[in-house]
Design a protein around this ligand. Structure first.
Ligand code: SF4
Length: 516
């Protein structure tokens, strides 16, 4: 019997380690012939720790399980999938999972993340095997034809980026995986690294074959210790198995990976600051041009892709560009792992084709707020994303639709707020975040964000509110068009959207001291 207990950071935070220990004790005490598999999470965080038992080829779930429930679960016959108040039935039949289209996350929560046997048994390596039989140009064409765009936030076509590196002259080329997942409310990169690291390794190896790069780096942050541990172990296993090394799957083409840990600065998620950090320098944004695809890491042609972009490549190579392209809408093709967080009933990861409406995601899939109060706003795309009010809930989830409404989908983080949220405070927070995380290279971001905090404070205190609202909008305009990178350039999105959609929060009653 296989008993699955997640080793994912979210499950661990909710007590999965204690649950695994309690299960091991019960197995020993009762003399059962059972194996505990530490899988990744399925992404249904309200059910974690989610324990699954494999019975007759089906996975029966129990959750959320606490260590004190374990003996009771064994008494109820959990080992045979027995009934219990925590029994959820067949996990694949849970509506939250059943409605998803899991392409990138197909194995996440299903397999043992560090078992190559499990990985291959569930379709792993099929994409890389096909890639080694193709020329670099053929692989690039396949990825281009799939319509895959950067899942880190910018949405740049992955195939075009790869072609630029393939065509660039350089003795050495690099693949850099941006795993510096710093957006509030996002966890897709972490989940893949902890739950299915081989899919990222496979995607990076394909990227190496496609561009002629022989070395890859996974750049992640120190706040992700579990992801670092799993990734590092998986890279070692892949090397032993000949998936990485001097001859990828016996192809005679070399590719290897190193996992690097940054200290955790938001700006190091910006690709050129990330390159500086990887080179051992301070994480400061570089001016473009040159593009990293021409002169990136150590001045060599470099592909920089987000974890999810790279992890989506194996399924594209396995099933073909047309298969992947068939999902989605408009210029947003394939699937996107939505990360539903904040004040929401069913928080977690939901992979689906582009095109669901924001309202559908928040109200139906997320189940509304955890507090039961009305949804007031939803911030989409991390701390630099716009706040969407209920009036814009008909917006389809795709790159262009959000841009048309002065928003962005970013890394697909969705943070829900109920009607107690004060949007002026949220706008102030955006400016404060920018001031704290700014690399300091350019004036609109470095100075503008601090002036933005002060201006928001004046509005809150009722000091010349009309004049200060105009000033805040003017500051946003300067930051949007005068900043060198997205940190300063996108901070105006949450601020302006809060002002536009929730003007009542920007007209607080004057305080006594202000009136004086
Ligand atoms: Fe640095 Fe901010 Fe300028 Fe970006 S916008 S380069 S983070 S100062």
């Amino acid at each position: 019997v296989r008993i699955y207990v997640p080793r994912d950071a979210a499950a661990l935070a909710l007590g999965a380690e204690k649950v695994a220990k309690a299960i091991a004790q019960e197995i020993a005490a009762r003399g059962f012939d059972a194996e505990i598999v530490r899988n990744g999470s399925r992404g249904m965080f309200w059910l974690e720790p989610l324990v699954e038992i494999e019975v007759a080829g089906k996975r029966i779930g129990y959750g959320p399980v606490k260590s004190k429930d374990v003996a009771d679960l064994f008494d109820a016959g959990m080992i045979d999938g027995g009934e219990h108040r925590l029994c959820l039935g067949e996990v694949e039949d849970l509506p939250f999972l059943k409605e998803q289209t899991r392409l990138t996350f197909a194995r996440c929560g299903v397999t043992d993340p560090l078992s190559l046997g499990d990985y291959e048994a569930h379709g792993g390596l099929a994409g890389l095997r096909r890639a080694v039989s193709m020329t670099s140009a053929e692989i690039v064409k396949e990825v281009t034809d799939s319509g895959l765009r950067g899942r880190g936030g910018a949405g740049f076509p992955t195939g075009i980026k790869w072609k630029t590196v393939l065509d660039a002259a350089g003795e050495r080329k690099y693949i850099v995986c941006n795993a510096d997942e710093g957006d509030s409310g996002t966890f897709a990169d972490r989940m893949i690294m902890e739950g299915d690291p081989f899919v990222l390794i496979e995607g990076m190896a394909i990227s190496g074959l496609a561009t002629g790069a022989t070395k890859g780096f996974v750049y992640t942050r120190s706040e992700y210790p579990h992801a670092i541990a799993v990734m590092t172990e998986a890279v070692g296993l892949a090397r032993q198995a000949g998936i990485l090394g001097p001859s990828v799957l016996g192809s005679g083409r070399a590719f290897d990976i190193e996992v690097r840990t940054g200290a955790g600065a938001y700006v190091c998620g910006e690709e050129t600051a990330l390159l500086n950090s990887l080179e051992g320098k301070r994480g400061v944004v570089r001016a473009k041009p040159p593009l990293p695809a021409h002169k990136g890491l150590f001045n060599c042609p470099t592909v920089i892709n987000n974890v999810i972009s790279l992890a989506s490549v194996p399924v594209i190579m396995e099933k073909g560009a047309a298969f992947y392209r068939d999902f989605g809408m408009g210029r947003s093709r394939g699937t996107i792992p939505l990360q539903i967080a904040g004040n929401v009933r069913y928080g977690g990861l939901f992979e689906t084709a582009f095109g669901l409406s924001l309202g559908d995601i928040v109200d139906r899939i997320g189940g509304g707020t955890a507090t039961g109060r009305p949804v007031k706003a939803v911030q989409v795309g991390g701390p630099l994303g716009a706040y969407f009010p209920r009036a814009l809930f008909d917006t389809p989830f795709d790159y262009e639709s959000f841009a048309a409404r002065d928003g962005l989908i970013g890394h697909a983080g969705i943070v829900v707020f109920d009607d107690t949220a004060d949007m002026l405070k949220q706008a102030r927070f955006a400016m404060e975040f920018c001031a704290v995380e700014s690399c300091g290279k350019c004036t609109p971001c470095r100075i503008g964000s601090t002036r933005g905090v002060e201006t928001a404070d004046k509005i809150a205190r009722g000091i010349e509110p009309e004049k200060n609202r105009v000033l805040l909008a003017d500051l946003c305009n300067t930051m949007k068009f005068g900043s060198l990178c997205a940190l300063g350039g996108f901070t105006p999105y949450p601020v302006m959207s809060a002002m536009t959609h929730f003007p009542e929060d920007f007209s607080p009653a004057p305080l006594v001291e202000a009136a004086e």
